[in-house]
Every structure is written in C-alpha cells, then in structure tokens.
Design a protein around this ligand. Structure first.
Ligand code: CU
Length: 184
C-alpha cells in the first residue's frame, strides 16, 4: 500500500511518468502458470533434465512477408534463447525454391555478405555458402557457451543482408529455452 500512496503523490506532479510507473495489471486469480518443467511448441522443445534444446529452423517458411525468412521471421524479428551450456540441436530444412543455409555468427554490424567462420564451433549447416536446395535438410549440433548474443543467418551471398536472420542468445539467467518474436 505504501507504494501505491507514493505513486499517487508522484502522479500529481508528473502524470506522464506516472503512466509508466503504474504496476502492471495482475493476472486474474487462478491464471498463474506453474514454473515450466519443459518447453514444447511448434518450433522448440526443451528438456531441463538434460539441458537440451531441439529447434526447428525452417528457411523460407510459407506465409511470411519474404521468403528470405527463418520460421517466418526476418531482420532479427525473433530470438532463440537458451541457458548456458545448453545442448542445441537445430533441425534445418529449406522449404523455399531458392537455396538457403544457416550459420551462427556474432551479433554485430555490418552483417557479412556471406558465410565465414561460425561464431560457435560446428554451428553451421552443410553447403553453407551455396545453400541447400528446396527440401534439403541438415542438423546443427553444438553446445552453447556460457553467455552471448549471436545471429542465425543465411550464409548464401546477400541473403543475410536481405534480412534473412534471427537472433540467438545464451542467457545466464534463463531457466529454460524459449523462442518468440523480439518486437512488440
Ligand atoms: Cu538464404
């Protein structure tokens, strides 16, 4: 209650700041979700017992604004987040008619034009520069480092620069892997 009183007092002076100071609405009673024991979605499964994240990475997923997408996202519009030392298994498939690949690179600009050395050992598909043909598949398996921000980008020349990349983060505070959009 003390906090509420202070908020009200501050509100009189600066209503704009107040709007941001208001606590978020609490969830309805009974809506609280238990702590996740694991994660399972269309794209990602996470097993906390083995700290293993299995991620489906679709190049050229249908229905996106551009065929140069991963799982429907472009330009860093989604992020795969994992705890430290996660065993990451990325099942890559190209559903587009244009050849595509995937590689984990550093999260920094300028975006390279094409694939080079991966930022994490073994974190790249075969044919990383020429791309895999339509319905081509490969599996990237690697162990995440302790922390860091990376990008998953297509290594075919020009594709990353055209927006074909999403984010990959290793978060020391994460208790489970997650995947979702990065923009509101
Ligand atoms: Cu591509």
């Amino acid at each position: 209650m003390t906090t509420m009183v202070i908020v009200f007092l501050m509100c009189g002076a600066a209503s704009v700041a107040c709007a941001q100071a208001k606590p978020a609405p609490s969830a309805p009673a009974g809506a609280a979700t238990p702590a996740p024991q694991g994660v399972a979605s269309q794209w990602l499964t996470y097993d906390p017992a083995t700290n293993t994240a299995t991620f489906k990475l679709v190049a050229g997923a249908p229905g996106a604004k551009s065929p140069f997408n991963f799982d429907g996202y472009t330009d860093g519009g989604a992020a795969l987040l994992v705890p430290p030392k996660t065993k990451v298994v990325i099942n890559f498939v190209n559903e587009d008619g244009t050849p595509h690949s995937a590689e984990i690179i550093a999260d920094k600009d300028p975006m390279p034009n094409m694939a080079g050395d991966p930022a994490i050992p073994a974190a790249y598909t075969k044919d990383v520069t020429q791309g895999l043909p339509q319905f081509g598949k490969d599996v990237m398996s690697f162990t995440a480092p302790d922390q860091g921000s990376y990008r998953i980008f297509c290594g075919v020349p020009g594709h990353g620069l055209s927006g074909m990349w999403i984010r990959f983060r290793v978060d020391p505070g994460a208790k489970a892997a997650s995947f979702g959009p990065t923009k509101q």
